[in-house]
Design a protein around this ligand. Structure first.
Ligand code: ADP
Length: 230
């Protein structure tokens, strides 16, 4: 089985005394799998996401994402790796308000050296897929929360990442927009996208994730797969 994420003996300490904030733990996420990460505040969810995204480094153990061991990469290579292979979606969208929707979506493609023409074509394709093409020339500030999150998902997918990470993607949305984003993520998963979702939204975990891990004090307390795997 091809694993998109492989953690081996991974632990993170922010402070050399005391227990690690995360781990040590082993975790494999297969290609096409959708994993929900739950747990109380302070249980290590963001730490896990940051390690997988290559935004932070473990104190112990090895993190391999999309076949690349991250510990060997310097800061520059890590940033390039992230742009090419990992898409990220955040609770508060993190869109650039002075760029149009289309330009927000194209930006990560241009940062990896894709020509403007190809980036624009890929953005068009995604705007159509995510049903936001009518907002292409609008600025994010004019859109609803659900629409902004669709733009953020399109931006995250522009470089066809092996892995899409989402940190509380429905956390700032009203219930109708939340449902819209749940359906969007479930559709992406059905289309084969590997997903990791940190969420308190159990409906999101149920709708999108075939597998849920629950962290308590940095440890894997529960690892369950839905009976009818998607
Ligand atoms: P969660 O996302 O589940 O709320 P975190 O991963 O943010 O949990 O935090 C896990 C633990 O690590 C907490 O005790 C938190 O206080 C600590 N922690 C997180 N980030 C840092 C940091 N940058 N410096 C020091 N301690 C941190």
């Amino acid at each position: 089985m091809t694993h998109v994420i492989q953690l081996e003996g991974v632990a993170k300490r922010y402070d050399s005394a005391g227990a690690p904030a995360l781990g040590p733990l082993d975790l494999g996420v297969a290609q096409g799998e959708a994993l929900a990460v739950t747990g109380p505040s302070g249980s290590g969810k963001s730490t896990l996401l940051n390690l997988v995204a290559g935004l932070d480094r473990p104190t112990e153990g090895a993190v391999t994402v999309a076949g690349q061991r991250l510990e060997g990469l310097g800061e520059h290579a890590l940033a390039r790796f992230r742009r090419q292979h990992v898409g990220m979606v955040f609770q508060f969208f993190n869109l650039l308000d002075d760029l149009t929707v289309a330009d927000n979506i194209q930006l990560p493609a241009q940062l990896t050296g894709t020509t403007r023409r190809r980036a624009a074509a890929r953005a068009e394709e995604l705007m159509e897929l995510l049903r936001i093409q009518k907002h292409a020339r609008a600025y994010p500030g004019r859109l609803s929360g659900g629409e902004r999150q669709r733009v953020a998902v399109a931006r995250a997918l522009v470089n066809r990442p092996a892995l899409l990470l989402a940190d509380e993607p429905t956390g700032a949305l009203d219930s109708a927009s939340g449902q819209d984003v749940r359906e969007l993520l479930a559709d992406l998963h059905r289309g084969g996208q590997t997903l990791v979702l940190v969420t308190h939204d159990l409906a999101l975990a149920r709708a999108c994730a075939g597998r849920t891990i629950h962290l308590v004090d940095g440890h894997l307390a529960v690892d369950t797969r839905a009976e009818a795997a998607r």
